[in-house]
Design a protein around this ligand. Structure first.
Ligand code: SIN
Length: 488
């Protein structure tokens, strides 16, 4: 175990290995370092796997598919329930490597393990509720609809939620009777390997490989035996991968970037509005797809709200997530840090005024001070692109119509938020916002029971909820001819 990670009773979670057909798999020899973004220290090395290992993984998925899909749903549900129990039992030992490789404060990592576990439990329950249909098509004919697993699933998951994005895809796939090969981010593979070790599924049902991302990605999106491809990440990469899936016409699910507006109306409760912005904007140091990216504040409340928000943000404890009670961790990479700097510098050049933050934080190379700025406008980079960092830009607006127009003026359509105490406005705004998810008087929209996903260029399909398993099921129509007239 590296010196920067506290004692773990499951040290193997920190030294995990890619897993194919239930066995650790070695690559041709090259490795990648896994860095702790808080310290820059190497915490593990990742064998650099590529197309060959991806092909082996898919072959093993194929060999395991027949037996897995024909098991009773209750049996698959039982295996997922055991996985859920192990994840819950090993919460601390999973949270520690998650913080070490991703940087989020340990309290957030524990919350993410709970969130990840909730998807396993939810889909264990849903496995038993894959109901078909019988349709009285005509007096002498019945149509039946069977729901069957799509087959082999390829999945690629991001670094910002190294546990939850995996279980939100893999648990419904396995529950439906599919087999899966996952490529987690090369920045955060240790949590993925640890989760796979605990899954307890038969060999070949769930493989995890990482290394040469483009090579593995090409196999997962191009292999004719992969029936379904599911991805969480940037819109640009999602479009590219969707195009690669087109040659074999795979089913795809895409959870892509957002540019979430958060609207604070004059009638909002200030404390609730500040809490909503903190929960949405500063979760994971601003590194989520559903983070509020543009905070639109009505003129009558603007100054009081800005002052209250800045005072709260100035109190954040910034530092290494493994040490003490930190609220904000590092950015994931130097490029991510630089993007935050560029957005702040560009905003200031265009007339924004910083009311707290703005500087590098001396906790380490990738730490940025949590920042609030006022006077943001659509001319600034941060209005059109996700900052993915701890910067809260406040835009002014006068009327509800102006706020809605500003909020909807984006090609993204993942999440939006509104803070208001007026129930009529609540309905009007929730219905008018062109986003897949709307949070009203809350900064959190996601949990295992609710459909997660976006419209416009934020994606295709939904994860979580009772709809999440449908992404891994095909409908098959069976038409039954009856001899003679039967009462319809
Ligand atoms: C994401 O940022 O991609 C996921 C956030 C969530 O599940 O709440």
């Amino acid at each position: 175990m590296t010196k920067s990670v506290p004692f773990m009773s499951r040290p193997e979670f920190l030294a995990g290995s890619p897993l194919v057909n239930g066995q650790p798999i070695a690559g041709p020899g090259a490795t990648l370092p896994i860095l702790n973004p808080a310290t820059g220290e190497t915490i593990a090395t990742l064998p650099l796997l590529g197309a060959r290992e991806a092909e082996l993984a898919i072959a093993s998925n194929g060999a395991a598919l027949g037996a897995w899909r024909t098991r009773a749903a209750a049996e698959r549900a039982g295996i997922l329930q055991s996985w859920h129990a192990l994840v819950a039992q090993n919460r601390e030992d999973l949270a520690l490597p998650l913080t070490a490789e991703q940087g989020k404060p340990l309290a957030e990592a524990r919350g993410e393990i709970d969130y990840a576990a909730s998807f396993i439990q939810w889909f264990a329950e849903e496995a038993r509720r894959v109901y078909g249909e019988i349709i009285p098509a005509a007096a002498d004919r019945r149509s039946m609809v069977l729901k069957q697993p799509v087959g082999i699933v390829g999945a690629i998951t991001p670094w910002n939620f190294p546990a939850a994005m995996i279980t939100r895809k893999v648990a419904p796939a396995l529950a439906a009777g599919c087999t899966a090969t996952l490529k987690p981010s090369e920045l955060t593979p240790l949590t993925a390997f640890a989760l796979a070790l605990e899954a307890g599924v038969p060999p070949g049902v769930f493989n995890v490989i990482a290394g040469d991302a483009p090579a593995i990605g090409s196999v997962l999106t191009g292999h004719p035996d992969v029936a379904k491809f599911t991805f969480t990440g940037s819109t640009a990469v999602g479009k590219y991968l969707t195009a690669q899936c087109a040659s074999t016409l795979k089913r795809v699910s895409m959870e892509l970037g957002g540019n979430a507006p958060l609207i604070v109306f004059d009638d909002a409760d200030i404390d609730q509005a500040v809490a909503g912005v903190i929960a949405s904007k500063f979760r994971n140091t601003g590194q989520t797809c559903v983070c509020a990216n543009r905070i639109l504040v009505q003129d009558g409340i603007h100054d009081r709200f800005a002052e209250a928000l800045a005072a709260r943000v100035a109190e954040f404890r910034v530092g290494n997530g493994l040490e003490g009670d930190t609220d904000q961790g590092p950015l994931i990479t130097p490029a991510a840090y630089q993007k935050v700097r560029d957005h702040v510098d560009d905003a200031v050049r265009h007339g924004a005024r910083i009311i707290t933050g703005d500087q590098h934080h001396d906790a380490g190379e990738l730490f940025h001070q949590p920042t609030v700025l006022v006077g943001a406008t659509e001319a600034m980079q941060l209005a059109g692109e996700e900052t993915f960092g701890p910067v809260a830009p406040l835009f002014h607006f006068k009327s509800e119509a102006e706020a809605l127009a500003l909020a909807n003026r984006t090609r993204s359509g993942l999440a939006a938020y509104a803070l208001t105490s007026d129930m009529d406005r609540f309905w009007r705004v929730a219905e008018a916002l062109e986003f897949g998810m709307v949070g009203v008087n809350t900064g959190i929209v996601s949990n295992e029971t609710a459909p997660f996903g976006g419209i416009k260029e934020s994606g295709l399909g939904r994860e979580g909820s009772r709809h999440g398993i449908a992404e891994f099921l095909e409908l098959k129509t069976i038409s039954l001819g009856l001899s003679g007239q039967v009462q319809a």
